[in-house]
Write a protein that binds this ligand. Structure first.
Ligand SMILES: O=c1ccn([C@@H]2O[C@H](COP(=O)(O)O)[C@@H](O)[C@H]2O)c(=O)[nH]1
Length: 225
């Protein structure tokens, strides 16, 4: 079985990001590049990381706009050959369908349901009724009906999401080993629990990138899986 861990390279400097990725590449299955990296380094940065590591690239851009704009963005990033791209599931059915149609066959399009940095109080403050579980399940159903390949959810929901959508791709961030700092994450589980509950991709950033010894941290996480 291939390594499900994607290293989130949320670092402002390209040389530091590249050095870290090369250092731990034997202990992760892919690299996740998000807004911080992409806005700073663009297509050039993506090519640099892809060539330096040879690993699949997950572009976590969380696209969320009118359908025509999101479809245009998907076409524009096609040349980067990402294995995975994210869009916000809350963008609605037309946006999700158009994003998938524009993505090309090899790219998995994954819908972000409810950010792992949010909890029940945050959800209610945005005017959404029900629990985080209800919200995640509702958006998962929409993503599925709209033809996406899977969703991003927290480890608290992934078992239910997996039970509802057997062949989906389930991306889980908000992962921490017991006793480590959660930072801004609110719905958190261990990498092992997320995997056992049906996660296909485990997104891990700061527990590796901010560790005193990132290589040892990546190895330690790999050993728990
Ligand atoms: O709901 C979500 C969606 C995406 N993320 C991203 O995952 C990583 C997590 O980083 P850590 O340092 O391991 O907390 C980060 O790039 C987020 O943008 C998420 O955390 N939650």
């Amino acid at each position: 079985m291939s390594n499900p861990v994607y290293l989130a390279l949320d670092l402002p400097r390209l040389d530091a990001a590249k050095e870290l990725a090369v250092r731990v590449k034997a202990h992760v299955g892919g690299i996740k590049l998000g807004m911080e990296f992409f806005y700073a380094h663009g297509a050039h940065g993506v090519h640099e990381i892809a060539h330096a590591t040879g690993l699949p690239i997950f572009l976590d851009l969380k696209l969320h706009d009118i359908p025509n704009t999101v479809a245009g963005a998907m076409q524009a990033i096609h040349v980067l050959e990402p294995a995975i791209v994210t869009v916000h599931a809350g963008g609605g059915r037309a946006m999700l369908e158009d994003a998938k149609a524009a993505a090309g066959e090899k790219c998995k399009v994954i819908g972000v349901t409810m950010l792992t940095s949010l909890d029940a109080r945050d959800l209610s403050a945005t005017g959404v009724e029900g629990t985080p579980h209800d919200h995640v399940m509702r958006l998962t159903e929409l993503a599925h009906r709209s033809g996406l390949d899977g969703v991003v959810c927290s480890g608290e929901e992934v078992a239910a999401v997996h039970a509802q959508w057997k062949d989906g791709v389930f991306v889980v961030p908000g992962l921490r080993l017991p006793g480590s700092s959660v930072g801004d994450q609110k719905r958190v589980v261990t990498p092992r629990q997320a995997r056992d509950d049906g996660a296909s991709v485990l997104v891990i950033g700061r527990p590796i990138s901010r560790a005193e010894d990132p290589l040892a941290a990546a190895r330690e996480i790999e050993a728990t899986l």
